[in-house]
Design a protein around this ligand. Structure first.
Ligand code: IPM
Ligand code: MG
Length: 358
């Protein structure tokens, strides 16, 4: 079967890591008899430099016409002083909105081979953890009305959620929990925020009427931030608003000790999704062959699993990555203290491609 993939490499290390993931996809395709046809589109700073806008219509149209999107990362200091509505981040938010990707899955698990990189106390790390943050992605304060007063000395941003917006991401979270350990924690700030009270009410109604088999509990976001470092093994699936999910997912990823390993999937109602590593564009290491390609390669595996229903192929890529890590190979970001035989980004890529070629 043939799949059309829109590539949006973006800025900084984006092009390097997306290139590595494309090679992994091509080899996997040859093994399993699929064709992955990739077309590259500009977004972020790269688009700003060439077209004067962070998200050209051509990119939106190309992504909408594709079967799925693989994104690197956007942004960098070069564009820090551009006007707000031209910022590279606008491209990311705009793409999520244009593609209707209201659910963001961000898994964070401790990999057995990397337990040593975990930043938690050894007795906490020893209990292991494997959690999935389900972040609402096209609503809330990141998309609400914002502005300044006339004199510019006061500003506001608005958090707003409708029942429909809460329901659709919550359903996805309940379904995700069903396929895992059957435990869902809904994270909010219902002791203060009205949107959180609506969130909680809605999630509970769904739980009672449609998902009575899923164990549902609630947690205030400040407490959740604490529990992620105190006892991450408590969690299975977390569902939360756009901003809380943004913050908690960075925390959860760093707890694994390896932000360079974590993939993410952004999904909507169709099978088309957008897949990206959760780390950023890392302009400080761009072009130095230091970037770890693993998170993007694993994002490509998530694409196979969630958009194309190719679970066996996704497992194949994930196993290749796990095997390379198991053998002790590390990039600079995950090397053990004092480890000297660490790999450059392209060397790590070659190790993984070697496994894929089998
Ligand atoms: C992320 C990023 C983005 C977000 C930024 C770059 C707009 O932090 O994907 O988590 O907040 O969604
Ligand atoms: Mg973030």
């Amino acid at each position: 079967m043939k799949y059309n993939i829109a590539l949006v490499p973006g800025d900084g290390i984006g092009p390097e890591i997306v290139g590595a993931a494309v090679e992994a996809l091509k080899i996997t395709g040859e093994k399993f008899g699929h064709e992955f046809e990739c077309t590259t589109y500009l977004a972020g700073g790269a688009a700003l430099d060439k077209y004067g806008v962070p998200l050209p219509q051509e990119t939106v149209d190309g992504c909408l016409a594709s079967d799925s999107v693989l994104l690197g990362a956007v942004g960098g200091p070069k564009w820090d002083s551009v006007p707000n509505n031209m910022r590279p981040e606008k491209a990311l938010l705009g793409l999520r909105k244009a593609l209707g990707l209201y659910t963001n899955l961000r898994p964070a698990a401790i990999q057995p081979a990397l337990a040593g990189a975990c930043v938690l106390r050894p007795d906490i790390a020893a209990k292991g953890f494997d959690l999935m943050i389900v972040r609402e992605l096209t609503g809330g304060i990141y998309f609400g009305e914002r502005g300044r007063n006339e004199t510019g000395d006061a500003a506001y941003d608005t958090e707003a959620y409708s029942v429909m917006e809460i329901e659709r991401v919550a359903r996805r979270a309940f379904e995700t929990a069903r396929k895992r350990k059957g435990h869902l924690t809904s994270v909010d700030k219902a002791n203060v925020l009205e949107t959180s009270r609506l969130w909680r009410e809605t999630v509970h109604r769904l739980g009672e009427t449609e998902y009575p088999d899923v164990r549902l509990d609630d947690m205030y976001v400040d407490n959740a931030a604490m529990q992620i470092v105190r006892d991450p093994s408590f969690f299975d699936v977390l569902v939360t608003s756009n901003m809380f999910g943004d913050i908690l997912s960075d925390e959860a990823s760093q707890v694994t000790g390896s932000i360079g390993l974590l993939a993410s999937a952004s999904l909507g109602d169709s099978s088309r999704g957008m897949y990206e590593p959760i780390h950023g564009s890392a302009p400080d290491i761009a072009g130095k062959d230091l970037a770890n390609p693993i998170a993007t390669i694993l994002s490509a595996a998530m694409m196979l699993r969630y958009s194309f229903d190719l679970a066996e192929e996704a497992d194949y890529i994930e196993k290749a990555v796990a095997d390379v890590l198991e053998e002790g190979w590390r990039t600079a970001d995950i090397k053990a203290p004092g480890q000297e035989d660490w790999l450059r980004g392209s060397e790590m890529k070659d190790k993984i491609l070697g496994k894929l070629k089998g």
